[in-house]
Design a protein around this ligand. Structure first.
Ligand SMILES: Cc1cc2nc3c(=O)[nH]c(=O)nc-3n(C[C@H](O)[C@H](O)[C@H](O)COP(=O)(O)O)c2cc1C
Length: 728
């Protein structure tokens, strides 16, 4: 499989460093709890943003005969060393407002010390520190390459946080959690690298020293400490430490260390004797420690813990994805020039290749020479008779990574042997451009004059059932009997939900053997008219799809009962209150537009039903017209009530009924031909055409539209984006 340079880098970096990253993450998660445990100690007594240093020093000096030093730690706890009236020395936590002693500073936990050492240097001293720092840097690169992969996948910055379709647990959560953890992980890694470099003295150690003009120091005028402007301005929240003057000598002063500067303050007059800015390296060092360890903030510590737990998940999900991709490798027994069947695959994540391999195996088992290759490796095939293109679609209808160059190659690679071709598109209805790349290939191959054996077959969500049906059709078309066993592919349906039958009409009451079934999901579930319900009548991979109409929150289906019909028979046998499993397939391609100047709905038979839901949804009263093809008045009865209601409330502007078994035998295509001016006007004004029902009707409507465009000297393709269809 071709993989992009970014994915390759992401993977290689991850594989080369995962053991260290695993260790650093596990220890990092444990260490994230150290600041949390510290923070919950009861030593935070005041809002340090409002308390000035002059007030605190005054209260300490009033309470104790001697104060040696004050310190504010990352948790905003105030530490001090004092001598009491009794001459005892007291060190620990104090209340900065009252100078009351709160308790001694506990010894650092040996457990956390052990984990910290492991985290910092793996007990390997400098070598360990270097390894940990280097892996931190690799994790930074992994995050950046991961971010680029998400950008590529989402097609741009603006869509970085756009919704992701959940097709696969590992992949989905790898991307979703990756996006949310990106910033914290970048912060963890950059600060980790900084702290490691600091330990190796990479940064210049510039220490600004104070210069005091001792000859000019004065002991007068004496000012009360509480009135020292220099100390009044300093809030305890910015303070690191204060050293008190050692004696009453005028040359002894207060040494005040703040986050960004240090001050020397005259103990009698309050005059600033010297002020120096802290070097950038010490500001960065302090910031790195706070950001890397979470010290002083429970919220940040929790964010760090969650981001680090996510790193463990990325290691797991990354390996699962890689392992799956490796399963889908290409190995050929026959050469490209000796094979009569050539299977060309476009795949980004390898699943299409699994289907291609399964087909190849069966063809070879029945004695044929088959060559399988990526679309980007398209070459001259001297003996080819049949080409099967199996490709997924990515981005917004674009080629997967190993097929990006195929359409160019098709025009440049000489191919003397003529062949017939069939294209199978693997995609997802959750994307608006369903299997678009497969259709692009089909058009290009036709333009090359190759013989299209079958129209494009689209496969939603890796449905084995659809693939099996296509294999049946294709092998018949080439004169073979090929069956791909379901055991060769993972075909278990996913995301099944329970549905309850609310009502079901009797098919015998309808002249077309059609019945209506109303369902409600047992749990809250998002769906809308035009989405599909996939049912599994045999409790295995056999899947049948039905277009949904959503009316008053319930899920309506209209189904024609076929004598041997697997899905229709199953649904018809369900009684009121029965519960069964199925899943919703989001069909973005076929949703009622949120905005449109005009909507024309064209449906026949059971294809009318999703339109009932869409009309119910049309609360903005977008001018909507329905061309409805049914057999006779009696068939119409199944939809009559809802359509009358939509006409009455203006959700439906006009209904055109085409009854094929009544006098005159009218089909929807006839009505469209009658209303050509109106239809052409709808397309010209950028309105929407939605078609649902039988493929025969769809082809009829398409040919009417093509005629219409020809008559108006307009390219039909320029209107394609206005036409949405769901036909079967
Ligand atoms: C980021 C992304 C974009 C996709 N875009 C489309 C699309 O535009 N049209 C479509 O039909 N399917 C789209 N799909 C679905 C894939 O084509 C589908 O899952 C396919 O089975 C993947 O096959 P592969 O594993 O061989 O690449 C997209 C999937 C992903 C992850």
């Amino acid at each position: 499989m071709t993989i992009s340079i970014w994915r390759y880098s992401h993977l290689t970096l991850a594989i080369s460093s995962f053991v260290f990253i695993l260790l650093a993450s596990v220890t990092g998660i444990i260490l994230a709890f150290e600041p949390i445990l510290e923070q919950i100690q009861p030593y935070k007594m005041a809002d340090l943003d409002t308390l000035s240093l002059s007030e605190t020093i005054t209260v300490f000096k009033d309470t104790y005969p001697e104060v040696i030093a004050l310190e504010v730690d990352a948790n905003e706890f105030v530490l001090a060393s004092v001598i009491t009236e009794e001459g005892e020395s007291l060190s620990g936590y104090f209340n900065p407002q009252t100078a009351v002693f709160l308790g001694e500073k506990p010894e650092a936990s040996t457990f956390f010390q052990f984990v910290t050492n492991l985290h910092r240097s793996l007990f390997l001293k400098s070598t360990g520190r270097f390894l940990v720092g280097f892996c931190s840097f690799l994790l930074f690169l992994i995050s950046i390459s991961g971010a680029v992969l998400v950008l590529q996948r989402q097609r741009g910055f603006k869509k970085f946080f756009a919704k992701i379709v959940n097709e696969n647990f590992s992949q989905y959560w790898h991307v979703v959690l990756g996006r949310w953890s990106l910033i914290p992980i970048i912060i963890i890694t950059v600060t980790g690298v900084y702290l490691s470099l600091e330990k190796f003295d990479v940064f210049p150690n510039i220490k600004s020293s104070h210069e005091v003009a001792y000859e000019t120091i004065a002991a007068t005028p004496v000012v009360l400490i509480n009135n020292f402007p220099a100390l009044q301005e300093v809030k305890l929240s910015e303070l690191s430490s204060v050293e008190f003057p050692f004696s009453d000598d005028v040359e002894d002063y207060y040494t005040v260390e703040l986050e960004d500067r240090a001050l020397l303050v005259n103990q009698f007059t309050g005059e600033i004797l010297s002020e120096v800015q802290s070097p950038l390296t010490s500001v960065l060092s302090r910031l790195s420690i706070q950001l890397h360890t979470g010290k002083g903030s429970i919220v940040w510590s929790l964010i760090l813990a969650v981001a680090t737990i996510n790193i463990l998940f990325f290691i797991y999900s990354g390996f699962v994805m890689t392992f799956k991709r490796r399963q889908s490798r290409i190995k050929n027994k026959f050469t490209k020039n000796s094979s009569t069947f050539v299977i060309l695959v476009g795949s980004e994540n390898g699943s299409t290749l699994v289907f291609a391999n399964a087909l190849k195996e069966q063809l070879m088992a029945s004695g044929h020479s088959v060559f399988l290759s990526e679309l980007n490796a398209y070459a001259t095939y001297k003996n080819v008779e049949h080409v099967i293109v199996m490709t997924s679609t990515y981005g917004e209808g674009e080629a997967p990574v190993n097929a990006t160059n195929f359409l160019n190659l098709l025009n440049t690679v000489p191919q003397d042997k003529s062949y017939s071709f069939s294209v199978v598109g693997f995609g997802s209805l959750a994307y608006p451009e369903f299997c678009k790349f497969a259709f692009d290939i089909d058009v290009s191959l036709q333009q090359q004059g190759k013989q299209q054996l079958l129209p494009v077959c689209t496969i939603n969500d890796k449905s084995f059932s659809s693939f099996e049906q296509w294999v049946g059709l294709w092998s018949k078309a080439v004169g073979l009997t090929i069956v791909v066993p379901s055991s060769s592919l993972d075909v278990k349906p996913k995301h099944l939900k329970e549905f309850k039958v609310i009502s079901v009409t009797a098919s015998k009451d309808n002249p077309d053997d059609t019945f209506k079934i109303v369902l409600k999901p047992n749990k809250r579930l998002q769906f809308t008219s035009g989405d599909l319900l996939a049912i599994y009548p045999k409790n295995d991979y056999h899947e049948r799809l039905y277009s949904i109409g959503k009316l008053h929150g319930a899920l309506h289906l209209s189904v024609k009962l076929h004598a041997q019909g697997l899905g229709s028979g199953y649904l018809n046998a369900l009684k009121k209150d029965a519960i069964f499993s199925a899943r919703i397939i989001e069909n973005k391609n076929f949703h009622f537009p949120k905005k449109s100047s005009r909507v024309v709905l064209i449906g026949n038979g059971t294809g009318v039903l999703p339109f009932l839901g869409m009309l119910d949804q049309n609360t903005k009263n977008i001018p909507t017209y329905l061309y409805c093809g049914l057999r006779n008045q009696q068939s119409y009865a199944l939809y009559e009530n809802e359509l009358n209601a939509s006409l009455a409330n203006g959700h439906l502007a006009k209904l055109h009924l085409a009854l094929s078994q009544e006098q005159g035998k009218v089909y929807v295509q006839d009505l469209l031909l009658r209303d050509v001016v109106f239809i052409f006007e709808t397309l010209s004004m950028g309105g929407t055409l939605m078609i649902c029902g039988s493929l025969a009707m769809y082809q009829g409507v398409q040919s009417v539209l093509r005629q219409l465009c020809e008559a108006n000297k307009t390219d039909f393709e320029s209107f394609r984006h206005l036409i949405k269809s769901d036909c079967y």
